[in-house]
Design a protein around this ligand. Structure first.
Ligand code: ADP
Ligand code: MG
Length: 283
């Protein structure tokens, strides 16, 4: 079994009135089956309200399935006795870094997680150092988190999760509140975690450019998995992506439109360089 697996996962939010009567039910996750192998870089893409965050919260046992099962490293997340272990194995990073940073000094903040786990002090410092280095924030270890840019803060929160030595990190739109530079910094750090540290990554995003480096992509719509494949498989299906209300990157769109006009290009162009190379033959 993979590090993360869901089987027929359904989650319903139930709204009640003041008297406790059911007013409405939203099926936020609907029959989701996914399996992630150790070391994979998975992207989960989908427009607002498609169920991404609800799915993510199941992997950390913040939510429990209405139906179906979620396993993290073989442990059923609905079993109370597994919750502590699951949260060590699968770390979460959220959208807003301001809500995740609590320390007055960067290195203290990063040390909180391992401290809560009862890790001996000496080892905490080792973990803090290695985690800050992994996200390129070691030079800021003595700084106050308040003075950092959004991208830097988000990298500190990633380091905080990393210091707990998780096998897997789930990042729920970690770049949504950042400027383009901050987004690039965070994505670079996330790729490093996967490629250098070998950590399994689940990156949730609605920015198409951020899925380019993923091994596999799941696209969600209305709580369901609407598409699954490599980034190139996904980017090849421009019309389908538009139906799912996702913004196709400019370069992919341009290549697609050239194809429609009869220019012979491979499907699913992802980068400007690929397009430039593919167009060489025409010059
Ligand atoms: P995404 O992260 O893709 O934007 P969400 O998982 O947040 O999607 O939301 C999926 C659906 O569940 C949406 O219809 C949303 O309105 C609904 N939803 C999310 N959180 C709650 C909640 N706490 N109570 C009721 N409905 C919710
Ligand atoms: Mg969300």
């Amino acid at each position: 079994m993979g590090i993360i697996k869901t089987k027929d996962l359904v989650f319903e939010y139930i709204r009640r009135d003041e008297d406790g009567n059911v007013e409405g039910i939203t099926t936020a996750v609907d029959q989701v089956n996914l399996e992630v192998a150790q070391g994979e870089f998975i992207a989960i893409l989908g427009h607002n309200g498609s169920g991404k965050s609800t799915l993510a919260k199941h992997i950390n046992a913040i939510l429990n399935p209405t139906e179906g099962t979620v396993w993290v490293d073989g442990m059923d997340t609905s079993k109370e006795e597994n919750v502590w272990d699951i949260r060590q194995k699968a770390g979460m990073v959220f959208q807003n870094p301001d809500n995740q940073i609590i320390g007055q000094v960067v290195e203290e903040d990063v040390g909180f997680g391992p401290e809560n786990m009862g890790i001996p002090t000496e080892e905490i410092w080792e973990r803090v150092e290695e985690s800050l280095r992994a996200v390129g924030m070691y030079a800021f270890r003595k700084h106050s988190p308040n003075k950092l840019s959004g991208g830097q803060k988000q990298r500190v929160s990633i380091a905080g999760v990393l210091a707990m030595h998780p096998q897997c990190i789930v990042l729920d739109e970690p770049t949504a509140m950042l400027d383009p530079r901050g987004r690039r910094e965070v994505i670079r750090a996330v790729r490093g975690l996967n490629q250098v540290e070998g950590i399994t990554v689940l990156l949730i995003t609605h920015y198409m450019e951020e899925i380019i480096h993923a091994d596999r992509v799941y696209v969600m719509d209305g709580g369901r998995i609407a598409m699954e494949g490599t980034p190139r498989d996904i980017f090849s299906q421009v019309e389908r992506l538009k139906e799912l209300r996702l913004d196709v990157p400019q370069v992919t769109l341009l290549a697609y439109e050239l194809q429609q006009k009869g220019v012979r290009l491979p499907d699913g162009i992802l980068t400007v360089k690929e397009l430039a190379d593919a167009l060489q033959g025409y010059l």
